[in-house]
Write a protein that binds this ligand. Structure first.
Ligand SMILES: [Zn+2]
Length: 487
């Protein structure tokens, strides 16, 4: 097996080479829980979840850790604005985040780590950095001294001089160098604080992530991911902290960064105020359509958000779900069951039948830096071929039934791997019977030329999300992911 992907520190495509054979230890920077996430944030989490699922599909055992930054200046400000406490703010937005992720079909990380549960380890790490001479305390604050870490800048590829000239840096009275960053911040009146050797205060954001990732995964773990706007300074600072502390290199074997989402070619960001919330999208479209949109473009590219892009995704998703319903109808009891266990450590080796070729191409695409555009194209190509077999299969042509069955099986495997489940495909028998009964009533109405009554049944069913289609071989029906009514 060889999964290749772009390592952002090495700036080239590398082969996945894990610390422990057969296992992947990955950490992704989670949200600062002070407001609702926008669709750009959501895309990053969707993508890393997808990558994790793909590793599992390829037979790797994954430990996936994500953090919640639940102590931060923005949380303190938010609590003031909402006239609330910081605990209430973090609780509220952690739950909101989890709801949004569930609506998008994201599987929670194996470990969801809250910064406030690890303050003791952070204090210990800061003490270690002071002992090693790379950090210094001043008036209750502690700063990291970037000049003491010779390879500072290796992730973002910039030297201290470049950064000093090119970036907004915050001069601070106690800092020795303008790029020195806070490891510990002395508490101001009324702020949440924890005891420390430097007085009451709270950790800086960067130390939270390097401490939590190594607490759960050890040093030299496999993949550290996040959105590309975290490369500098957040991830640069994580490296400086962790590597100065551990005496070993590297802190992380591979860095992976997801592209941002743009609104009309402007980066979507809270500070620019041009955000579309994840929950606004899942209120307007089924979660699976949003997922389809987010995964169609490679994780490294900037993805544009627009109503047209979402409408295209809805159309693509609809083609898939229409095919699945038609194949089920045509094959009846010969429809292959949904895969219970998705596992292809050997790729498509040993697979036979018309579906095997598509699975092979799907795996080749995904092994190649998670090339989802190509993977989606493979599924669409399969659907085009399979659609040609529907009518003859329905008539009972043996060869067509066999080909369709093999293609349907491959289709279900690939789309399940991608996290698409096509609504309640297995509806309870009672629902099947009731829909069947209504269709019989409609047939009777039509045969009696009571077309108004027949149409009323059709539109009531459509309003409930049951689409019906009259074909030469009878009426087919399926449950559809209709766009929801807005506002
Ligand atoms: Zn982080």
């Amino acid at each position: 097996m060889s999964i290749r992907f772009h390592d952002s520190r090495l700036r080239t495509v590398v082969e996945l080479d894990t610390r422990d054979p057969g296992r992947v230890a990955m950490y992704v920077c989670g949200p600062t829980v002070y407001n609702l996430i926008h669709i750009g944030n959501a895309r990053t989490f969707l993508w890393f979840d997808f990558i994790r699922q793909y590793f599992e599909y390829r037979g790797l055992q994954v430990t996936y850790v994500m953090n919640y930054t639940d102590v931060d200046d923005r949380i303190i400000e938010r609590a003031k604005v909402e006239g609330s406490t910081t605990d209430a703010v973090t609780e509220k937005y952690t739950r909101a985040f989890e709801d949004d992720m569930a609506a998008l079909g994201v599987t929670p990380a194996d470990v969801l780590s809250r910064a406030t549960d690890h303050i003791g380890e952070m204090v210990k790490a800061i003490e270690g950095l002071i002992e090693r001479g790379v950090a210094y305390a001043t008036d209750g604050d502690v700063f990291y001294s970037v000049e003491k870490f010779p390879s500072y800048g290796k992730l973002s590829g910039r030297s201290l001089e470049d950064m000093r000239a090119g970036d907004r840096v915050n001069p601070h009275e106690g800092k020795k160098h303008p790029l020195d960053f806070a490891l510990w911040k002395a508490a101001k009146e009324g702020e949440p604080s924890w005891p420390s050797p430097w007085g009451p205060g709270r950790p800086g954001w960067h130390i939270e992530c390097s401490v939590m990732s190594t607490t759960y995964l050890g040093t030299g773990f496999d993949i550290h991911g996040g959105a590309s706007d975290l490369i500098f300074p957040h991830h640069e600072n994580e490296i400086a902290q962790a590597e100065a502390l551990a005496d070993t290199e590297p802190f992380v074997r591979h860095w992976m960064h997801a592209g941002l989402v743009q609104m009309e070619s402007v980066k979507m960001s809270k500070s620019l105020g041009n955000v579309v919330l994840a929950r606004e999208v899942v209120a307007a479209y089924p979660g699976e359509v949003a997922r389809y949109w987010a995964l169609t473009g490679s994780y490294r590219t900037q993805l544009s958000f627009s109503d047209e892009a979402l409408a295209d995704a809805a159309q693509g998703y609809e083609r898939w779900s229409t095919f699945l319903a038609a194949a089920k109808h045509a094959l009846g009891p010969d429809m292959p069951p949904a895969p219970q266990h998705l596992h292809r450590p050997e790729g498509a080796d040993g697979l036979v039948g018309p579906g095997a070729e598509y699975i092979g191409r799907f795996i080749d695409a995904m092994d190649d830096d998670f090339n989802s555009s190509e993977a989606f194209a493979v599924v669409h190509e399969l659907v085009r071929e399979a659609n040609r077999r529907i009518e003859p299969a329905q008539r009972g042509e043996t060869e067509d039934r066999e080909v369709l069955s093999s293609l349907a099986e491959a289709f279900t495997e690939m789309t399940t791997m991608m996290g698409f489940h096509f609504g309640p495909t297995e509806s309870p028998k009672l629902v099947d019977d009731l829909v069947q009964y209504l269709l019989e009533l409609r047939d009777t109405a039509r045969s009696e030329k009571e077309f108004e009554r027949a149409d009323a049944i059709r539109s009531r069913l459509a309003a409930m999300g049951v689409a019906i289609e009259d074909t030469a071989a009878g009426t087919r029906w399926r449950i559809t992911p209709v766009p929801k009514e807005s506002g």
